[in-house]
Design a protein around this ligand. Structure first.
Ligand code: FAD
Length: 361
């Protein structure tokens, strides 16, 4: 009976715990400072949109490729998961395409011409010139999904609990403290594997302190208005770090207007000027969002800020022995933690299996 402790209850920790719990021999405890229901600047998952817009390049697309079929299945067959299907448009501006072709462009696979993900979505198509708004050189459309994180994260907790996973609140100063959190009458039994899904806080957790992990600040506005489709654009002419996207969450979760992509910024409070720019861009691109009434026609639920757990060099998905115990790391998903969640969690399961088959030192 492998005794496993998952540190973290964001989408990475919950999906890892869920897939591990499908193996009935595993005894699993999730310990976390923040749980679904909390809103905190150290807890990214509740703030995400969250939709599926592939960001990987062809060579790094494994996690998103593996995740899409499951999120699509949940949207089609499991209404209680809080995910729905929605058309999505991706617009490319000429000036961004020039930067993309010359390799200067920061965004990865999403805005590439002839992208790898065209084979992922059944109804993927290039938009014709007369379907494009002014200032947009080209674009694509496909049916994607949007996740209501307020429903989906508790749903994952429920799936885990149904499989016997135990949830505990705890704050670890050092990853080795996870060894004290094993459950099921096994307090004297040694923890076999620890899963580190601490997101941005992997930058501060003792025994890990990963200096490559930095925040990428995302400010959003959540409104009651309904969006006819999801849309994103390759750039804006506003402040540096401003980006543009709109997505509508399933089951009355509100419409997310985004946003910003500000590397290295930790500020937790929403900036009113940024919020105004976000709302203006949204009603300019999709006037029907506010019945043509402009920003005045938007009905704001709340302003929010989340910090994407970006990692220089990409996600950390590997195992390491720390103080004699195997630790499987699964953190650093930046802006794709949901859309890569199942692929990454499947890798966690493989790494736990590998760790179990290796002789103890
Ligand atoms: P987190 O959700 O931050 O969870 C970390 C967990 O670890 C928490 O439970 C925390 O309490 C716990 N923890 C940390 N340190 C400790 C400690 N020392 N002791 C105990 N517990 C600890 N992704 C998409 O796929 N699609 C999107 O559309 C999308 N949109 C986004 C929009 C915004 C504005 C933002 C901010 C993010 C967006 N993302 C999106 C990215 C996505 O939200 C993240 O990649 C994902 O939530 C990261 O999840 P995580 O579980 O790794 O980390």
């Amino acid at each position: 009976m492998p005794n496993i402790v998952v540190v973290g209850a964001g989408v990475s920790g919950l999906t890892s715990a869920y897939l591990l719990s499908k193996e009935s021999a595993n005894t699993i405890t999730v310990v976390a400072k923040h749980m679904p229901g909390d809103y905190d600047i150290e807890y990214t998952s509740p703030w995400a949109g969250a939709n599926v817009l592939p960001m990987a390049t062809q060579s790094s697309s494994r996690w998103e490729r593996q995740t899409w079929p499951e999120l699509k299945r949940l949207a089609e067959e499991v209404p209680e998961a809080g995910i729905h299907k929605m058309k999505s448009r991706v617009y490319r501006r000429e000036k961004d395409l020039e930067k993309l072709r010359s390799g200067e462009y920061a965004f990865d696979g999403l805005f590439q011409e002839d992208p790898w993900y065209k084979s992922l979505f059944e109804d993927f198509r290039e938009l014709s010139k007369d379907e494009l708004p002014s200032g947009v050189a080209s674009g694509v459309e496909f049916t994607s999904v949007c996740i209501n994180t307020m429903l989906y994260l508790p749903w994952l907790v429920g799936k885990c609990r149904a499989n016997g996973v135990v949830f505990k609140r705890g704050v670890l100063q050092h990853i080795s403290e996870a060894g004290a959190w094993g459950h099921a009458g096994s307090s004297t039994k040694k923890v076999d594997v620890v899963i580190n899904t601490t997101g941005l806080m992997a930058s501060r957790l003792g025994g890990v302190v990963d200096q490559d992990v930095i925040p990428v600040r995302g400010q959003i506005v959540v409104v009651r208005n309904e969006a006819p489709y999801m849309v994103t654009k390759s750039g804006t002419d506003d402040a540096e770090g401003d980006v543009f996207y709109i997505m509508m969450r399933a089951a009355g979760g509100g419409t997310i207007l985004g946003g910003t992509y500000q590397k290295g910024q930790w500020e937790s409070q929403a900036d009113p000027n940024t919020a105004m720019r976000i709302m203006k861009r949204a009603v300019e691109m999709v006037p029907e969002l506010a019945d043509g009434k402009g920003v005045q026609g938007l009905d704001v639920i709340r302003h929010g800020v989340g910090l994407r757990p970006y990692r220089n060099g990409g996600v950390r998905l590997e195992k390491e022995k720390i103080d004699g115990t195997w630790v499987v790391h699964n953190y650093g998903h930046a802006g794709w933690g949901y859309q890569g969640s199942y692929g990454c969690a499947e890798r966690v399961v493989e790494l736990v299996d590998e760790a179990q088959n290796q002789p103890r030192l």
